[in-house]
Ligand binder design. Structure first.
Ligand SMILES: [Ca+2]
Ligand SMILES: [Ca+2]
Length: 271
């Protein structure tokens, strides 16, 4: 009996170690912001949504399908990296001159965000990795909604504050941190770290005014080492499968005085 318990203990420890060592996956990403109903331009030009990688691993979206419960399907056919602690903006139109004035990291087709309620799914074939569903009362015209708490359900999104506008005047922070409305202790790590970081950025007023500044902002996210419990020195493996010109989420600016977030970010602790 005692042996059996000991074996179970060892097995449990091994499982913990194995789990702790596994890399983050698409299912660990967060849909951090959504522009369902742009006002400065038409929906066919101005819809977008933003992903955030709260983990310490880079995640490649190649092969992932963006879809909904209806017939919308768009498969990402090329490498599309989202780096640790970085945002990635996926949009219907990547031309800042016509999409309302923001820089897109990736442009999709065959996927729309209905103003009357819809879903955003990330799928691996038919396997659902990430889901957000929202109703008709979710969004407002010309104003994005941002994730302000966990879990990632519609009730935990809020309208982006009107002071955070971009390009031609719609409200949102595509590719950059938004506002923080929750105390870090109110959400599990590492999302707490993300909210902490956005609060710090808000204090320093590092808020983008136009598309030209958006990428620079996300590159100066300070390391949140004070928030992570142990902050292991996780350095992702060299991205040897990623061509130089692949879509990469806002790589850190080498001229920035801030430390490289990749070297400081803690590992995601999957629930
Ligand atoms: Ca729409
Ligand atoms: Ca944002």
């Amino acid at each position: 009996m005692a042996k059996g318990i000991a074996r179970l203990g060892i097995l449990h420890t091994l499982l913990l170690i194995t789990h702790g060592a596994s890399a983050a996956t698409v299912g660990d990403l967060l849909i951090s912001e959504i522009m369902v109903n742009p006002a400065a331009v038409s929906d066919s030009r101005g819809e977008w949504f933003e992903l955030y990688n709260p983990s310490g691993d880079e995640i490649n979206l190649r092969g992932i399908t963006i879809g909904d419960d209806g017939g919308d399907r768009h498969r990402i056919e090329s490498d599309l990296l989202i780096l640790p602690a970085h945002f990635l903006t996926l949009a219907r139109n990547g031309d800042a001159a016509v999409n309302g004035g923001f820089g897109a990291d990736y442009v999709y087709d065959d996927f729309t965000l209905s103003n009357a309620g819809d879903e955003i799914l990330l799928l691996d074939g038919t396997l659902e990795l990430l889901r957000l569903e929202y109703g008709s009362d979710f969004a407002a015209a010309g104003q994005s909604v941002e994730l302000v708490g966990l879990p990632m359900i519609a009730a935990n999104y809020g309208l982006t504050p009107a002071s955070l506008n971009y390009g031609r005047g719609d409200i949102g922070t595509p590719g950059a941190p938004g506002s923080a409305r929750l105390a870090p202790s109110a959400v599990p790590l590492p999302a707490a770290a993300w909210l902490f970081v956005t609060a710090i950025l808000a204090i320093f007023k590092v808020i983008p005014a136009a598309s030209s500044g958006i990428h620079a902002v996300s590159s100066v996210i300070p390391a949140a080492s004070g928030v992570y419990p142990s902050a292991p020195d996780v350095i992702p493996a060299a991205p040897d499968v990623i061509p130089a010109q692949a879509g990469i989420s806002h790589p850190p600016d080498s001229s920035s005085a801030w430390p490289d977030p990749i070297r400081r970010a803690g590992r995601i602790q999957s629930a």
